[in-house]
Design a protein. Structure first.
Length: 560
């Protein structure tokens, strides 16, 4: 702001200097109203604290425009101050103190006499009317000095003498035979030349047009143009000289200043939550607003992601187009599963992403995961870094009862489980393929368990039961005599035919394998691998039944 004030001051100063230059160079028709001759040497001492407070001289106006007035003054006894005024006649050949057309303050130092001029008069005269130049020396505001006015020996405008007042202008007396030395000049050229607009404002990168009324004989701008209206693109002072049909010359100047550039105050990027709206407000003191949404005015509400712009026009017709982007953050994708059925005692683990700043489950938990035991429904609410709130769908759970723990009965015909809707059998800890019925007929020796399910699909697991083979293993030869008498000729294992994968290995007392047979079919007669008879004695055997059965280990005696 300080820089702009300084710039305007500089431009105004240049403007005044150019106006002064023009007033010296372009002189129009003049009509001299009064031009007193050089004042007499004797000065009438009538203004000051010891004499009259008002001194006046009348004149009859012969022109309607005054450019310059003056009076001959001399400073006496120090510096003094006087007021120079132009007044109308009150109709009784006296100044009318209530009808002052112009006045100015004049400081007079202690000097010899000299003319003091005032070129700031802006009033208009009526030709033929009487006016007064009045010098007021009563109020010496800057010191105790006082001033004297000069007298004239010739006066062509009127034969009236100079008048003075010692009572503040209530009564006036004449100084017979003495006239005051005054100066008034002007012309009859009409009116002032005005440039419109009075203060053109130039937008950056643009142009501005201004000018004076048409109808003059000629126009001459200092910048070179000769039309009544010009268009410029630079800041500065522009002066025009116009000549009318009466050959009166008028001048006018204008200062082209920088126009007000609108300010939006908008950011380049905005982000809001889904379901919200972006409320934007521009400064309210501009004259025009247009949004890319079609809104007219300084406010707009936007709910959709995209690129937008707004155009603002200031009072100086400067336009700003400002663009911005809006991103509407969608609701968080919170998938915590679907409605489902669970069994009493089951748990369900729910979780969502860990990138949010706040979590709230329907259970009151504030972590990003939850473990449900018996809750029949659940939902979660999250808040992200922007403060956007998202809530998941509600998931419902049905917790159904489990069946009673099944019991397995070992019957002569096989295994029998408690009644249920479904069965899954296990043998020695492994799934028993193909067994999905309530009964397992003719089971092999080993450990059995069953999982049953009810109508809700809930399961229960039984205890394990052991099935012992009643045939194999109850009788195994402790010895045999392969001597050809038909009695006890082979190594005999009762029920071996039920184990088609059984494997028999026989070792001597020194660890040498003497027999290896798979499957074993109760046919070993105490021979070695080449068919020769083994010596009488004890031998160690290993009998594997296969299919998860126990392995049988022991000794057998061969006798002849």
């Amino acid at each position: 702001m300080a820089f702009l004030a300084h710039l305007r001051f500089q431009l105004l100063r240049e403007l005044l200097a150019m106006v002064c230059l023009l007033s010296l160079s372009w002189v129009g028709l003049q009509a001299q109203v009064i031009d007193e001759s050089t004042p007499q040497d004797g000065l009438w001492v009538g203004v000051g604290p010891n004499s009259a407070d008002f001194v006046g001289q009348d004149f009859v106006a012969s022109v309607k425009r005054v450019r310059k007035i003056g009076v001959y003054l001399q400073g006496l006894v120090g510096t003094g101050e006087v007021r120079l005024s132009i007044m109308k006649d009150n109709g009784f050949n006296q100044p009318d103190l209530n009808f002052v057309l112009h006045e100015s303050q004049i400081i007079m130092p202690d000097t010899a006499g000299g003319w003091v001029y005032d070129s700031t008069f802006s009033g208009a005269f009526t030709v033929g009317d009487k006016y007064w130049i009045v010098v007021d020396g009563y109020n010496n505001l800057i010191g105790s000095g006082y001033s004297a006015v000069g007298t004239s020996n010739t006066f062509t405008s009127t034969s009236d003498p100079m008048r003075y007042s010692v009572d503040g202008g209530l009564t006036w007396a004449s100084n017979i035979g003495v006239t005051m030395a005054i100066f008034v000049e002007g012309d009859n050229c009409g009116g002032t030349l005005n440039i419109s607009p009075q203060q053109p404002q130039l937008c950056p990168g643009g142009t501005v047009t201004f000018g004076v009324p048409s109808g003059q004989v000629s126009y001459q701008w200092l910048s070179g143009q000769t039309s009544s209206t010009i268009t410029v693109g630079l800041l500065g002072i522009y002066t025009v000289r116009a000549v009318d049909t009466s050959n009166c010359v008028s001048t006018a100047s204008v200062l082209v200043v920088q126009g007000t550039i609108p300010f939006s105050g908008l950011d380049n990027y905005y982000e809001i939550c889904s379901g919200q709206s972006l409320q934007l407000s521009l400064p309210p003191f501009y004259i025009g607003y247009v949004w890319s949404t079609g809104t007219i005015g300084n406010r707009d509400s936007i709910v959709t992601s995209g690129n937008y712009w707004t155009s603002i026009t200031s009072a100086s017709n400067c336009v700003l187009v400002d663009s911005f982007q809006l991103y509407v953050r969608p609701y968080a994708n919170l998938d915590i599963g679907r409605d489902t059925s669970l069994c009493v005692g089951d748990t369900v683990s729910l979780s969502v992403d860990s990138g949010y700043v706040h979590y709230l489950w329907s259970t009151g938990n504030v972590n990003n995961s939850e473990l449900l035991y018996a809750t029949t429904n659940a939902w979660v609410q999250v808040i992200d870094s922007l403060g956007c709130v998202s809530v998941s769908d509600t998931v419902n759970y049905a917790f159904n009862p489990k069946p009673a723990v099944p019991i397995i009965q070992v019957l002569p015909a096989g295994l029998h489980a408690s009644f249920a809707n479904g069965y899954t059998w296990y043998y020695n800890g492994q799934l028993l393929a193909g067994q999905t019925a309530q009964d397992v007929p003719d089971p092999l020796p080993g450990w059995y368990a069953v999982t049953i399910s009810n109508a809700f699909g809930c399961e229960e697991y039984s205890d394990s039961v052991r099935v012992v083979d009643a045939a194999p293993g109850n009788f195994v030869s402790g010895g045999f005599s392969p001597n050809g008498d038909g009695l006890n000729e082979v190594f005999f294992v009762e029920g071996i035919d039920r184990y088609p994968d059984c494997h028999l290995q026989v070792f001597s007392r020194w660890g040498e394998k003497v027999h290896d047979e798979q499957p074993y079919i109760n046919d070993w007669r105490g021979t070695n691998a080449t068919g020769g008879e083994l010596p009488v004695g004890d031998y160690y055997y290993i009998l594997e039944f296969g299919a998860g059965r126990e392995t049988l280990r022991g000794t057998v005696l061969i006798s002849r």
